[in-house]
Design a protein around this ligand. Structure first.
Ligand SMILES: [Zn+2]
Length: 316
């Protein structure tokens, strides 16, 4: 009898200790100055990677367009539109890469959301002329080529725009975001130097690519891009266009026809067979596959792979 009473008391005591112990924990956390992380939504991969490098562990980062999905093809789901109500920052590229963005932002009921059009202030080039295409197709593209991130100088500007938004949303951590941005800018400048150096001795400057995504890259490094399709990968080239490309590839004795990881290599293969060239990947970074992400690839490593592919294609 006595023993069981003692047991009961000790169980009660343990419960009280556990309970009070449990209670004291959140108090410690608030004393530890761990503010809530910024909830950040990004549209497609480079926006995600730039935000990650600037915000690091101070942000809770979401990629809206899932791995393996081509950015030009995607539309937001009702689920994502609902989740966005709680977001602090929304980052998108702009220039019609995300034709759904206006519909999305109009539907969000939030007075705290900071919206960043990351291409603001980048050096723009005009979109390719689409002489023989339907008018409705032309309307789908903006006036400018949207693929600004493929020039590392524009990537720096995009990361800077993202940094400014994080500071606006979270002033307390200004120095943290500034330092991360500076560090990332140094890496992007080093990438740019590497491109300039390693492409300076290229034997030729012409490349044939799957869709016209590389205008900013070829402009920056003195190359010339000819695309199988237009600014968006869905456009099918005409027979005349394919004949013209075959001519071009033969004239410049091209050894490689480039294709992308997220779209079919069929047309590149047809063209390569026609001119006796091989096919190789040139990645426009509109999205990475899950395998690429699992392998630890990011904007800088993929751009380095692109450089290696270009050197091989232009030097042989
Ligand atoms: Zn594109």
């Amino acid at each position: 009898m006595k023993q069981s009473k003692f047991k009961l008391w000790s169980i009660l005591l343990i419960l009280i200790l556990l309970f009070t112990g449990g209670c004291s924990k959140p108090v410690e956390e608030t004393q530890g100055n761990t503010e809530e992380k910024l909830l950040v939504y990004t549209s497609f991969y480079p926006m995600y990677d730039f935000a990650k490098n600037v915000g690091k562990d101070k942000i809770d980062l979401k990629l809206m367009i899932p791995p393996g999905v081509e950015a030009h093809d995607w539309e937001p789901t009702a689920k994502i539109m609902g989740e966005m109500e709680k977001a602090d920052v929304l980052i998108y590229n702009g220039l019609e890469m995300e034709p759904w963005i206006e519909k999305l932002t109009a539907s969000i009921q939030s007075d705290q959301l900071i919206i960043v059009e990351a291409s603001q202030g980048t050096d723009l080039i005009e979109g390719e002329a689409h002489e023989d295409e339907h008018e409705e197709e032309e309307e789908e593209h903006g006036e400018y080529d949207p693929h600004v991130w493929l020039n590392p100088m524009n990537a720096i500007k995009q990361a800077e725009n993202i940094k400014d938004a994080f500071i606006q949303a979270d002033e307390v951590n200004k120095d943290f975001y500034e330092a991360n941005f500076k560090e990332y800018m140094d890496r992007l400048n080093a990438l740019d130097e590497k491109y300039k150096q390693e492409l300076s001795n290229a034997k030729r400057k012409e490349i044939v690519v799957a869709h016209a995504a590389f205008g900013y890259l070829t402009n920056r490094y003195g190359l010339e891009q000819v695309a199988i399709t237009g600014l968006s990968p869905q456009e099918e080239p005409s027979a005349a266009k394919l004949a013209e490309l075959t001519e071009f590839a033969k004239e410049y004795n091209l050894k490689y026809i480039f294709f992308e990881t997220l779209t079919s290599p069929r047309l590149a293969q047809v063209l390569a067979n026609e001119v006796g060239a091989d096919i190789a990947v040139l990645n426009p970074l509109e999205g990475l596959t899950q395998e690429e992400i699992d392998a630890g690839k990011d904007y800088i490593t993929v751009m380095e792979e692109n450089l290696a592919a270009l050197k091989k294609a232009l030097g042989e």
